[in-house]
Write a protein that binds this ligand. Structure first.
Ligand code: ADP
Ligand code: MG
Length: 238
């Protein structure tokens, strides 16, 4: 197993406000790893810290064996890190295709951009059908597909996905989780997914971390976490 990402005793937050306390975690190449926890636990802050959007007080973020703690966001993207933000962050007044192309803003080689676009369209045929449609007119599930597709436009080695299933109907959520598995299995994409759908997330993950009040309180392989009594009670898994 190759270690792709490692956080070592990370303390981070916003200005004076510390959110993450001594968070250590890792993601190996080829894994889907889940981070679950209640609202306000610091899950989004964790992903933002990996991307470089927060203040890092101490500890380090290591990606592909390089300490990237001091690197700027765009440098991290260029190295292979991409985040699909909570709330999807798509541009409603741009078309589906314009949104996808916006995801490849760092790539100057037009033929590469074209190639990636075709790859995204082959993974999400629905986006191809709707390529000329305004993103604001997509359904919730389609909008999330677009957010994922745009993330893929940077050719990430590790995709960070924040609360993909937020506000979506259970059937749509299941379809999205199937897509995540497909991206992992068929395209070899490594993913760190933050989720409130604890059961779904742990079922598709090799390992998981439970975050509470900015600390990792529990970690283990997906199966053992799913059968953990404390977790079952806290998140009503049955
Ligand atoms: N931009 C920000 N500035 C200051 N505090 C923030 C900011 N974003 C989030 N927080 C605070 O950080 C804590 C963790 O939030 P967040 O990482 O969004 O949790 P989660 O994603 O698990 O719901 C909360 O107390 C929240 O109020
Ligand atoms: Mg969040």
């Amino acid at each position: 197993m190759t270690r792709l990402l490692e956080l070592r005793r990370v303390n981070a937050g916003y200005g004076e406000f510390k959110v993450l306390h001594d968070v250590s975690l890792y993601v190996d190449k080829g894994e889907i790893v889940a981070v679950v926890g209640p609202n306000g636990a610091g899950k989004t802050t964790l992903l933002r810290t990996i991307m470089g959007y927060t203040t890092l007080y101490s500890g380090s973020v290591v990606f592909k064996s390089v300490d990237i703690s001091g690197k700027r966001v765009h440098e991290r993207v260029a190295l292979g890190l991409t985040m699909v933000p909570e709330g999807r962050g798509i541009f409603p007044n741009l078309t589906v295709e314009e949104n996808l192309l916006a995801g490849a803003y760092l790539e100057r080689d037009k033929s590469k951009v074209r190639e990636r676009l075709e790859l995204v369209y082959s993974i999400f045929p629905r986006l191809k059908e709707r390529r000329g449609q305004l993103a604001g007119s997509l359904s919730g599930g389609e909008a999330q597909m677009l957010a994922l597709g745009r993330g893929l436009m940077t050719s990430p080695m590790l995709l960070l996905v924040d609360e993909m299933s937020l506000g979506l109907a259970p059937k749509v959520v299941l379809a999205l989780f199937d897509l995540v598995v497909k991206l992992n299995k068929e395209y070899g994409l490594t993913m760190l997914v933050v989720e409130q759908h604890v059961k779904n997330a742990l079922e598709i993950s090799s390992r998981g971390y439970v975050l509470e009040n900015g600390r990792v309180v529990l970690e283990g392989d997906g199966r053992s976490l799913l059968s953990n009594e404390m977790l079952k009670k806290a998140y009503l898994i049955y």
